[in-house]
Design a protein around this ligand. Structure first.
Ligand code: ZN
Length: 391
């Protein structure tokens, strides 16, 4: 299956600028069995960039191959760094959009930790919708209704002061249709603000972050492409800002009131993004080889390498290493729901940090640099002093 037109603006699809190795179609599913993890289905990865609007998408993406259920373990809520970020973001949004006592819907609420933060920050009522939400795991007493399902099928009307959608839009292939369905589901267009967060593909391209390209992410946004998409779907974009060590974009928008749609200064044009995409394509092999060499060198000296982070970045990183993934001795994750499960693709078992006292790694490769400080602290507390390098 190949998407022949841009899912955001309908322009004819160009040739892909990057063709990756096939990757597991799901990288956050818990697999209790190593053989099932190794045999996990793979999908094709071919990134195209629309020359008209700048959207980047996997033109080989097949939504039928990805499933989201309660077995989907995406939460980073066990990290103090992440907790501090969502606390600050929730407080900021409640204050700036006067949401105290208001009603907030979160589409794609995951395990619900952000909506819980919004409740702590003062909203009056919340509705969280996600196929993977597990209300039994949410112990906070908050005024939130949880819907284990999908928008718009299980929540056709959006009657709210704010609609939050974080780390969800990049999982959706028909992005324009999705935003237009939100636009038409909003019951009071003058009241409702949209607060979105998506990964920033500009950083992925600039840093040749091949570990941030994986099957579940069918769509990749820059400040420019996300701004153009929201305006095309009938919204005025109030602001686009970078957050979380410049890994993500925060997009704030309202249903359009008419008048001229204006691009914000942060929005680059598609030609500039195309140059970054070309640099990514040229640098990809070199970056993969750098990490292969790094791990081979440690192994040759009799040392062990572990990676820290058993989520999507880890799955994508190990998939790109090819046969050298076997030289990685272990994968660590602080999420207890991941520990003792197996990674899709390579079948590595996920260890708890305390398991490293037996493994005594020489090199720890951190999958997300935002967590480097807390990881170094945890290693020190365990009495370990390996070399720590972040992607
Ligand atoms: Zn386009």
């Amino acid at each position: 299956m190949t998407a022949r037109t841009c899912p955001a603006c309908g322009a004819a699809a160009p040739e892909p600028f990057h063709v990756g190795e096939p990757v597991p179609v799901n990288s956050c599913l818990l697999l209790g069995d190593r053989a099932a993890a190794v045999d996990f289905p793979k999908g094709d990865l071919e990134l195209a960039l629309c020359p008209v609007c700048g959207l980047i998408w996997n033109c080989r993406y097949d939504p039928a191959l990805t499933t989201y259920s309660q077995d989907y373990e995406e939460t980073q809520g066990f990290s103090p760094t992440f907790q501090a970020f969502i606390h600050d973001l929730a407080t900021d949004w409640v204050e700036r959009y006067a949401l105290t006592g208001g009603t907030v819907v979160e589409i794609g609420c995951g395990k619900g930790e952000f909506l819980v933060e919004m409740a702590r920050a003062g909203i009056g009522a919340g509705i969280g919708v996600d196929p993977g939400v597990q209300p039994a795991r949410i112990t906070d007493d908050v005024p939130v209704t949880w819907i284990q399902g999908l928008f718009p099928q299980d929540l056709p009307e959006l009657d709210a002061d704010a609609i939050i959608c974080r780390h969800t839009l990049e999982h959706i292939a028909p992005v324009r249709d999705f935003l237009e369905s939100i636009r038409s589901a909003v019951t009071d267009v003058e009241r409702t603000v949209l607060l979105f967060e998506v990964p920033d593909v500009q950083r992925v391209l600039d840093e040749v972050a091949f570990w941030d390209v994986y099957y579940e992410h069918s769509s990749y946004f820059s400040a420019g492409s996300v701004g153009r998409l929201f305006r095309a779907a009938g919204f005025d974009v109030l602001s686009i800002t970078r957050a979380y060590s410049d890994q993500t974009l925060l997009v704030e928008a309202r249903p359009t009131a008419g008048g001229a749609a204006v691009a914000l200064p942060i929005e680059e044009d598609p030609a500039a993004l195309a140059e970054a995409a070309a640099r990514f394509a040229r640098g990809h092999r070199t970056m993969v080889e750098h990490w292969r060499d790094r791990i081979r060198t440690v192994t040759a000296r009799g040392g062990r390498t572990v990676i820290w982070g058993g989520g999507s970045k880890g799955v994508a990183f190990l998939a790109a290493l090819g046969a050298d993934a076997a030289l990685v001795d272990g994968v660590v994750d602080i999420n207890p729901f991941k520990q003792n499960q197996y990674m899709a693709g390579t079948g590595h078992r996920v260890l708890a940090p305390k398991d490293l006292t037996d493994a005594e790694p020489a090199l720890v490769i951190v999958m997300n640099g935002a967590y480097r400080t807390e990881i170094v602290t945890e290693l020190t507390d365990l009495g370990l002093a390996p070399t720590v390098e972040a992607l």
